[in-house]
Ligand binder design. Structure first.
Ligand SMILES: [Zn+2]
Length: 175
């Protein structure tokens, strides 16, 4: 992401100084300003707040909205007979979009081997962005890989929806 775009969201940017008394928080005025000026939908603002300033409340609001979408997707394609699957899939798809930094190399792209040599991190292929595989997803969700694979198609549909929200939000922010 272009760092200049991010400053639009941060309360410390000069345009927010008059309305923000606390520089660590976005005020409701800041938020309505962003919504109006950039024509962001609530969910688009939420994904930016959740991803770039780590807002838990934005994350939860987005989760609730995505749960409705996920239920629609599963209703069309077949509801899982295990309880909690739709919830777990929605949580995971959201997490995968929000937390992109590689857990192993902390986003650096390289790892120390035996304290002597430096090698390319294989979990992100040197990019610093974690490469999520089905086995990781199943492990994080604490479900059998077989169950994940059974509903993989729905998982990707949910994820696509979330990526689309992020792309749309970034596009509007850049305008
Ligand atoms: Zn890595």
């Amino acid at each position: 992401m272009n760092p200049e775009l991010l400053t639009l969201l941060l309360p410390s940017s000069p345009s927010f100084e008059i309305s923000s008394t606390n520089h660590n928080a976005l005020t409701p005025q800041d938020i309505s300003h962003l919504l109006a000026k950039k024509k962001l939908k609530k969910r688009e603002l939420n994904i930016l707040l959740a991803k770039f300033i780590d807002s838990d409340s934005a994350h939860e609001e987005l989760f609730d909205e995505m749960m409705d979408k996920s239920c629609d997707i599963f209703l069309k394609d077949g509801v899982p007979n295990k309880p909690g699957v739709i919830r777990k899939f929605t949580r995971m798809a959201l997490a995968e979009t929000l937390f992109t930094k590689c857990f192993i190399c902390k986003g650096v792209g390289t790892v120390f081997i035996n304290n002597s040599s430096i090698e390319k991190c294989h979990h992100c292929n040197g990019t610093g962005n974690f490469i999520y595989e089905d086995i990781h997803r199943a492990n994080i969700m604490k479900i059998p890989i077989k169950l994940f694979k059974k509903h993989r198609k729905q998982y990707y549909k949910i994820r696509e929806e979330i990526v689309e929200i992020e792309n749309e939000a970034l596009r509007k922010l850049g305008n």
